[in-house]
Write a protein of this length. Structure first.
Length: 95
């Protein structure tokens, strides 16, 4: 029996962040919310769990990628996510 960990996809995390920014702006006001977000620290973790759960335990991934290509694929996804987060934190408008 294969058991996958429950994780939130990166897009869902971005959607939740947009909702948070809207709620924060509703409570603190647009200017204060923008300041809070721009001065905040955000951590992104991607790596070994993604490889273990999505490459070795999923039957499709090894057919799509060799392990080196899959690591590159994950690194690109994480890089794109960080770029979107960087834009979202500099922009006071919801993403």
């Amino acid at each position: 029996m294969v058991s996958f960990q429950a994780v939130l996809p990166m897009q869902e995390q971005l959607n939740m962040f947009a909702e948070y920014k809207e709620k924060l702006a509703g409570i603190a006001g647009e200017a204060a919310a923008a300041r809070i977000v721009s001065e905040s620290l955000f951590l992104v973790c991607a790596g070994s769990d993604d490889i273990a759960n999505n490459y070795y335990l999923a039957p499709v991934r090894p057919l799509q990628f060799d392990i080196s290509s899959y690591v590159d694929f994950l690194a690109n996804l994480a890089s794109d996510f960080i770029k979107v987060m960087d834009l979202a934190t500099k922009n006071s408008h919801p993403i």
